[in-house]
Design a protein around this ligand. Structure first.
Ligand code: COA
Ligand code: AMP
Length: 634
C-alpha cells in the first residue's frame, strides 16, 4: 500500500460492511441497524436495514445539541436582490421546525411527497429540510423547466402539497414561477390538495382561493414540529433526471445510506472539517444542490452558501471571488461552464486580484467534462488545486475523484482521478466482459453500489433494472464510456446514450426530438449535442418537413425553437434547428447521429459501412457549416 487512498479503497472493497459501519458511527441513529448491507433481494441492495434516524436532526438539530447553535449554518448571498442573510444552526432549526409544522397543517405526513419548485432562496432549503424532519419525501424541480415537465413530475410523484415562490430572478428578467405552477396543475392528472406560495416582493403571485396558502401566513399559524424517526431505507427524496426518452427517471435517495455517505465524503473526498465554509455554486434543483448545498455541508456541521446569482453579469465576473472573500469560503464546487464564462469575461484574472482569497484552498469541478485548458487557467489564476470529479444524479456523490482528505494524488489533466472508496469501477466490452487497462468501453460499477447511491427508481423497480442493471448483469451501467489507465486513473469520454450536458445541465436529445416530432409540419427529426466553447455542449436540431408543407422555413424553425422552450424549458438552450431534405441513415433506417456529431465538431469521422446514401452526410455538413459548425462560420 503506498497511500492512505490505496488503503481506504482496498478496505472498502475487502470489507465494505466494516468500512461503512465505521462511517455510520458519525451519524446519530435512533435505532441501530440490524444489517449493514442487506442483499436478501438481489440485485437490489439496502444499506443499514433495520436502522432508524432522522436526516434533518443530523443536519440541523444535532449541531445545536452539540454546541454549534451560534455558528452560521447557511448564508444566503443574493447579488440579484442585493441581500445577504445568515441563519445560525439554532435559527435554521427553529425556521425548519416551524415550516415542518406548517406542512403538517396542510395534511403532509410521513411518506407523503412534497414537490418544491423554487428559486435559489433559503426557503427552498428550509422546505427540503422540513420534509426530512417529518419524514415526507421531497421532490425538487429545477426552475428552468417548463410547466409540461413539471406536470410529468407531478403525475409521477403524486405530491400532496406543492411549495413554490412567486418568482425567480434571472439577470435579464424576473421569472414568475407561480403561473408556471398553475399551468402545470392544469396539465397534470394528479392534483395536489394544497400549495404553499412564498410571496417575493419583486412579483406578487395570484392565489387560488381554497388551495393556495401564503408561506408567511402558514408559518405564522404553525407550531414547530419535532423530528420523526424514519427507516434508514425510507426515501428521503425523489429527484427526476433525464433518461433515454422524454420521460424523466425518479431517482430515489434513502435516508440512512445517504447521510452516511455524504458525511463521509465531506472529510475524505473534499478534505473539509466541521465549522469550515463550503460553497457549491449550483442550484437546489440539481443533485449537486441537494447533496452539496443542502445535505452534506450541514450533516458535517459546516457553513453552506446558497448563492442566487450567476458567475458573470451579477454584477460582474468577480462575484465568485467577492463571495469567497466575504464569507471566508475554503472550497468551491461548481461546473466547468462557470469557469469558462468567467474566463471569457476576465481572461487575465483582473477581477480576481481585487479580492483576498487567503482562506481558499480548493476548487472542485463536476457535472460535465472538465477541459484541461479551463482547469489549467483556473490553476494559474487561483494557485490552489483544481480537482475534477465525476458522478451523476443516480449516485448522489462522487464515483471518481481525487480524494484530498485521503491525501492528494498527482493530477492528470482530463481525468477525474481514481475510483472513490466504495465504487468498484470496471470498463466493459459489448458482451459485458471486463476490459484490460487502457481499453475503451462502457463504464460500469460492479454491484453492489455503495451507500448513498440510488436503491431504485420511484415506484419503478422494473424501470431501474431496465435502465441500469440489465445491460450488464452484475453491474450498474453508468451510461458513460471511457477507460482506466495503467495507474488506475479514469477517463470519462462520452455518453453511450442520448444525454447531453448543456452548461452542466443534463438533458435528453430524445426528449427534444419528441417535441420537434409533435409539430404538424415535421416528418422526421434528429437532435445532436455539439461542442460549445461556453456551455460545453448545445443541442442542434435537424428536421425534414412533411410533404406539401409550403411555408417559409424560417417560420417553421422559429416555431420549433419556441416549442422546445415551451415544452421543456429555457434550460434546454435549444436555439438552432435547420430544415434538411433528408437525414443520414443506415440501410436499416437508424439515424446516424454519432457521425453527424463528429462532423459538427470537426472531428475525424469515417463513412459508416451500413450507410444508405453517402451523399446525405455531405448535405448535412454543408448545412452545419452555414450555422457555424463543422468548421464553418455562422
Ligand atoms: N429558472 C428559470 N429560468 C432559468 C433558470 C431558473 N432557475 N436557470 C436558467 N434559466 C434560463 C436562463 O434565463 C436562460 O434563459 P434564456 O434562454 O432566456 O437566456 C436559460 O434558462 C439557459 O440558462 P443557463 O444555462 O443558466 O445559461 P445562461 O446563458 O443564462 O448562463 C452560465 C450561462 C454559464 C453563466 C450559466 O449556465 C451558469 O452559471 N452555469 C454554471 C453551471 C451550473 O450551475 N451548473 C449546474 C450543475 S453543477
Ligand atoms: P448529472 O446526473 O446531471 O450529474 O449528470 C451526470 C453525467 O454528467 C455523467 O454521467 C457524465 O456524463 C457527466 N459528468 C459529470 N461529471 C463529469 C466529469 N467530471 N467529467 C466528465 N463527465 C462528467
Amino acid at each position: 500500500m503506498n497511500s492512505r487512498y490505496d488503503e481506504a479503497f482496498a478496505r472498502s472493497m475487502a470489507d465494505p460492511e466494516g468500512f461503512w459501519a465505521e462511517a455510520a458511527e458519525d451519524i446519530v441513529w435512533t435505532r441501530r441497524w440490524d444489517r449493514v448491507r442487506d442483499d436478501s433481494n438481489p440485485p437490489f441492495t439496502r444499506w443499514f436495514a433495520g436502522g432508524e434516524l432522522n436526516t434533518c436532526y443530523n443536519a440541523v438539530d444535532r449541531h445545536v445539541d452539540e454546541g454549534r447553535g451560534d455558528q452560521a449554518a447557511l448564508i444566503y448571498d443574493s447579488p440579484v436582490t442585493g441581500q445577504v442573510r445568515q441563519f445560525t444552526y439554532a435559527e435554521l432549526r427553529d425556521t425548519v421546525a416551524t415550516f415542518a409544522g406548517a406542512l403538517g397543517d396542510q395534511g403532509v405526513t410521513k411518506g407523503d411527497r412534497v414537490l418544491i419548485y423554487m428559486p435559489m432562496i433559503p426557503e427552498a432549503a428550509v422546505a427540503m429540510l422540513a420534509c426530512a424532519r417529518i419524514g415526507a419525501i421531497h421532490s425538487v424541480v429545477f426552475g428552468g423547466f417548463a410547466p409540461q415537465e413539471l406536470a410529468t413530475r407531478i403525475n409521477d410523484a403524486k405530491p400532496v402539497c406543492i411549495v413554490s415562490a412567486s418568482c425567480g430572478i434571472e439577470p435579464s428578467r424576473v421569472i414568475e414561477y407561480k403561473p408556471l405552477v398553475d399551468k402545470a396543475l392544469e396539465l397534470s392528472e394528479h392534483k395536489p390538495a394544497s400549495s404553499i406560495v412564498l410571496q417575493r416582493p419583486m412579483a406578487k403571485a395570484p392565489m387560488v382561493e381554497g388551495r393556495d396558502v401564503d408561506w408567511a401566513e402558514a408559518v405564522a399559524a404553525a407550531r414547530p414540529a419535532d423530528c420523526v424517526p424514519v427507516k434508514a431505507t425510507d426515501p428521503l427524496y425523489v429527484l427526476y433526471t433525464s433518461g433515454t426518452t422524454g420521460i424523466p427517471k425518479g431517482v430515489v435517495r434513502d435516508n440512512g445510506g445517504h447521510a452516511v455517505a455524504l458525511k463521509w465524503s465531506m472529510r475524505y473526498v473534499y478534505g473539509i472539517e466541521p465549522g469550515e465554509v463550503y460553497w457549491a455554486a449550483s442550484d437546489v434543483g440539481w443533485v449537486v444542490g441537494h447533496s452539496y448545498i443542502v445535505y452534506a455541508p450541514l450533516l458535517h456541521g459546516c457553513t453552506t452558501i446558497l448563492f442566487e446569482g450567476k458567475p458573470v453579469g451579477t454584477p460582474d465576473a468577480g462575484v465568485f471571488w467577492r463571495v469567497i472573500e466575504q464569507h471566508k469560503v475554503v472550497a468551491l464546487f461548481t461546473a466547468p461552464t462557470a469557469f469558462r464564462a468567467i474566463r471569457q469575461q476576465d481572461p487575465a484574472g483582473e477581477f480576481l486580484r481585487k479580492y483576498d482569497l487567503s482562506n481558499f484552498r480548493m476548487l472542485f469541478l463536476a457535472g460535465e467534462r472538465a477541459d484541461p485548458d479551463t482547469i489549467q487557467w483556473a490553476e494559474r489564476q487561483l494557485e490552489v488545486p483544481v480537482l475534477d470529479h465525476w458522478w451523476q444524479t443516480e449516485t448522489g456523490w462522487a464515483i471518481g475523484a481525487n480524494c484530498v482528505g485521503l491525501g492528494l494524488e498527482p493530477i492528470k489533466y482530463g481525468s477525474p482521478t481514481k475510483a472513490v472508496p466504495g465504487y468498484d469501477i470496471q470498463v466493459l466490452d459489448a458482451e459485458g466482459r471486463e476490459l484490460p487497462r487502457g481499453d475503451i468501453g462502457a463504464i460500469a460499477i460492479r454491484l453492489p453500489l455503495p451507500p448513498g447511491s440510488l436503491p431504485t427508481l420511484w415506484n419503478n423497480d422494473e424501470g431501474f433494472l431496465k435502465a441500469y442493471l440489465n445491460a450488464y448483469p452484475g453491474y450498474y451501467n453508468t451510461g458513460d464510456a471511457g477507460y482506466i489507465d495503467e495507474d488506475g486513473y479514469l477517463f470519462i469520454m462520452a455518453r453511450t446514450d442520448d444525454i447531453i450536458n448543456v452548461a452542466g445541465h443534463r438533458l435528453s436529445t430524445g426528449g427534444m426530438e419528441e417535441v420537434l416530432a409533435s409539430h404538424p409540419d415535421v416528418a422526421e427529426c434528429a437532435v445532436i449535442g455539439v461542442g460549445d466553447s461556453l456551455k460545453g455542449q448545445v443541442p442542434v436540431g435537424f428536421v425534414v418537413l412533411s410533404a406539401g408543407v409550403d411555408r417559409p422555413e424560417a417560420e417553421v424553425t422559429r416555431e420549433l425553437v419556441g416549442l422546445v422552450r415551451e415544452k421543456i424549458g429555457p434550460v434546454a438552450a435549444f436555439k438552432t434547428v435547420t430544415v434538411v431534405k433528408r437525414l443520414p441513415k443506415t440501410r436499416s433506417g437508424k439515424i446516424l447521429r454519432a457521425t453527424m456529431r463528429k462532423i459538427a465538431d470537426s472531428e475525424e469521422w469515417r463513412m459508416p459501412a451500413t450507410i444508405d446514401d453517402p451523399a446525405v452526410l455531405g448535405e448535412i455538413e454543408t448545412v452545419l457549416k452555414t450555422v457555424g459548425y463543422a468548421g464553418g462560420k455562422a
